[in-house]
Design a binder for this molecule. Structure first.
Ligand SMILES: [Zn+2]
Length: 149
């Protein structure tokens, strides 16, 4: 039995520093610690971490998921394409926005895995999520392709 659940994460008692940390710290953990610190840019690890986080988010629909993604300031999701088997979601104001560009690099795989874990809580068809665009790569926004089996 895990000692912590997602609800516990909002139990904060820090009188001086409050309930926020700078985006700078989050980026440092994500990019310097994980992306640059782990083998293969942390690929396997970010998928495991992201899915686990997604599975723990209290969401039962795409709407609820999008709301929590914005509330947690992961970004502002918008569906840009939707058909029988595929939904493409663009993320505005992703944490990576403003970083130096590096062609061929996509750095928001963790966030995609979070979406995947969360969608598989409520979806009747198994979903798999792939990062297809990223600001860092020079794309116009970060984007995920969700495929339903
Ligand atoms: Zn991004």
């Amino acid at each position: 039995m895990d000692p912590f659940n997602f609800k516990d994460m909002s139990r904060i008692d820090r009188p001086k520093l409050g309930n926020e940390v700078p985006l700078e710290l989050f980026r440092t953990i994500r990019l310097i610690g994980m992306y640059q610190g782990l083998p293969m840019n942390g690929k396997a690890t970010t998928v495991t971490i992201g899915r686990k986080i997604g599975e723990n988010l209290p969401v039962d629909s795409m709407d609820e998921l999008f709301q929590i993604v914005e509330k947690l300031k992961i970004g502002i999701p918008k569906i840009v394409l939707s058909d029988e088997r595929t939904v493409c979601v663009a993320i505005e104001d992703c944490f990576c926005k403003g970083l130096p560009q590096a062609e061929g690099k996509r750095v928001c795989d963790l966030e995609g895995a979070i979406l995947e874990g969360a969608i598989n809580r409520f979806s009747t068809r198994k979903a798999s999520v792939r990062e297809v665009k990223c600001n860092v790569n020079g794309d116009e926004h970060c984007e995920y392709e969700i495929r339903f089996l």
